[in-house]
Design a protein around this ligand. Sequence first.
Ligand code: SF4
Ligand code: SF4
Length: 281
Amino acid sequence: MCEFCLKHGEGKKWYLQASNYSDDLLSDIRRRKFIETFFTDTEALARDVQRLEQLENIPRLIKGIVKRIITGKMKKVHYGQVVPIEDIERIFRFVNSIVRVACVCRHINLGREERYCYGVSLAPDGGKLGEIIRGLDKSFLDGPDVVGMERLSKDEAISALRSHEQEGLCHSVWTFHAPFIGGICNCDRSDCLAMRCTVTHRIPVMFRAEYVAAVNPDLCNGCRQCMRVCQFGAVSYSVSNKKAVIDQRDCYGCGICRSVCRKDAIHLEERSKAPAAASLW
Ligand code: SF4
Ligand code: SF4
């Protein structure tokens, strides 16, 4: 069980607790302000990315301290956890509205609008989160391919997330001042700033899922499709056995390898029951 489940989930998976999506949490002015700034001050985020690159050039000891400070701060303000599709479906069962918006990271990295982020709310009309986003100067949300906030039915949303999996994107939930969860993102290492921060720079702001993947060697035909899509470098290939092998210490439990495996040779299991990975987040 991860620390967020212990802190915000009463010992259960915290992102399956409806109270963490409650509009009541948006009465907090600091939280509202953070959301407004997050969506409008994209230059500040771009500057943070540049600082991350510079961090690689400072002495190791100082770098270690700075990294711990960043992770500590992000755990309070804006962190994510990887969530496989079956748990996303569970979230969609209790939320009452889903909107799709342009991704801030892709806006910064690629300079264009790509609709990979989903706002979720218990309120049927997007609630206070929708109200905040609608009230912003959201020029970046209105690019040529984007119609601002796009409302989706639960079926449309789950089908869109399934197609993101086929593109190799990994799902994650995100807080805006913990424990409020406002969004579900679909990330890859090249375009997602949080994944880059976590995996490339080794500053965790996006944490592992409650699951890890495992290969059934009896079913695996060694096609290596799973290796191609794993964003975390957790899959290798045994030349001698002609089978894929997953190192559960590196696995984030996203389940993307499973979705591309035509032999149904990969399953997810509870992280807490996998000795090699149980204490890794
Ligand atoms: S995608 Fe499936 S069949 Fe192909 S190597 Fe991976 S586990 Fe084996
Ligand atoms: S091995 Fe599979 S479940 Fe684990 S991180 Fe890679 S793609 Fe995700």
